[in-house]
Design a protein around this ligand. Structure first.
Ligand code: OGA
Ligand code: NI
Length: 350
């Protein structure tokens, strides 16, 4: 593959820029006016994404289970974004996973640089997405790793400091995948498909699961930059563990950007390909850093992705060409957060 060998420009760690104490940010982080967050015009304080208690799926009461399924169905259709509580992950595990990553980002630069990533795989410690020379960058460093398929999991590519990180990430990953399996079953049922339909077409036990931990350092000019440009996630579904006390995630609702208010120990679910894959972005903060864990639960990389035949009708035809998840993901990896929109341009060629 040409062009994926190295970054087009020397890598600058956003955390180093932030810690330099400069009161202004370099030009290449300054968004054009139309993309800047309008901090004054933020969303009405009383709107939030749906909050769903997943204990309703398993507490044995059929009526409660039905109404929980319905809540999830409505949330997928109307929002594409919801928060879940009583999701099966222990509060200590949720907090532990977030805080161990915060500690990682506060390790010395020397420790972090040992894991510096390249655009070939994206695995490791990174500071940009996309390979276009001269593009405007986001105010964020990240760490990207694979959990599934097991052939891609390599503990040596996970940080060895703090010393318990690998163990905690292993446990957190296992529980997130379980939650993914539960939700795929719920989505299948809600779509009128066989309960194991989506799990099977995602590859059965061979799904993809990868984690991007985002670290948004303090930004002296938060009105000019974004932590993460607007995008919609490419995969099947995303489990986002937000920072406990710093908000920043916004989702698009019509012309407005709504700031998501996280619930303690809750996990934000972003239902992607199956329903509407909602545009979202992250704003940054002058006084506080922010850590989030985005777990992407994806179809097996080499399976051809296409709509369920049962759901294709003359009124709802297939809208995109079939392609593998690997090919699809390349759009984002080479073109940056908004690369996905260019898949549309393939339509005519299909
Ligand atoms: C992502 C993402 C949001 C956040 O990593 O895809 O949307 O709150 N993250 O960091
Ligand atoms: Ni996202």
């Amino acid at each position: 593959m040409i062009g994926l060998c190295d970054w087009p420009e020397p890598v600058v760690r956003v955390q180093s820029l932030s810690e330099s104490g400069k009161r202004t940010i370099p030009d290449r982080y300054i968004k054009p006016p139309s993309d800047r967050p309008s901090l004054i015009n933020s969303s009405p304080p009383d709107i939030n994404i749906p909050l769903i208690d997943l204990s309703g799926l398993t507490n044995g009461d059929l009526a409660v289970r039905e109404s929980t399924l319905k809540e999830i169905s409505d949330a997928c259709r109307e929002w594409g974004f919801f928060q879940v509580i009583n999701h099966g992950l222990k509060p200590e595990l949720v907090d532990g996973a977030r805080e161990i990553w915060r500690e990682f980002f506060h390790e010395s630069m020397e420790v972090k640089q040992r894991y510096a990533n390249s655009p070939k795989t994206y695995e490791g410690y990174g500071s940009r997405l996309g390979l276009q020379k001269g593009s405007i960058l986001d105010w964020c460093d990240y760490y990207f790793l694979h959990y599934l398929p097991s052939s891609l999991k390599d503990h040596n590519k996970w940080p060895d400091k703090p010393s318990s990180l690998r163990e905690v990430v292993e446990e957190y990953s296992k529980e997130i995948v379980k939650l993914g399996n539960v939700l795929l079953e719920v989505f299948s049922i809600n779509l009128g498909l066989k309960h194991d339909y989506l799990q099977n077409v995602f590859g059965g036990g061979d799904v993809g699961a990868c984690l991007r931990v985002n670290f948004y350092p303090k930004c002296p000019q938060p009105d000019l930059a974004l932590g993460l440009s607007s995008h919609s996630d490419p995969g099947g579904l995303t489990f986002l563990l937000p920072d406990e006390d710093v908000s920043g995630l916004q989702i698009r609702r019509g012309e407005e950007w709504i700031t998501v208010k996280p619930v303690r120990h809750g996990i934000i679910v972003i239902s992607n390909a199956i329903y509407k894959s909602v545009e979202h972005r992250v704003i940054v903060n002058p006084n506080k850093e922010r850590v989030s864990l985005a777990y992407f639960y994806n179809p097996k990389a080499d399976l051809l992705i296409h709509p369920a035949p049962e759901l294709i009708t003359p009124e709802t035809p297939s809208r995109y060409p079939s392609m593998t998840f690997d090919d699809y993901r390349l759009f984002i990896r080479t073109k940056g957060p908004q690369g996905k929109s260019q898949v549309e341009s393939l339509k005519s060629q299909s």
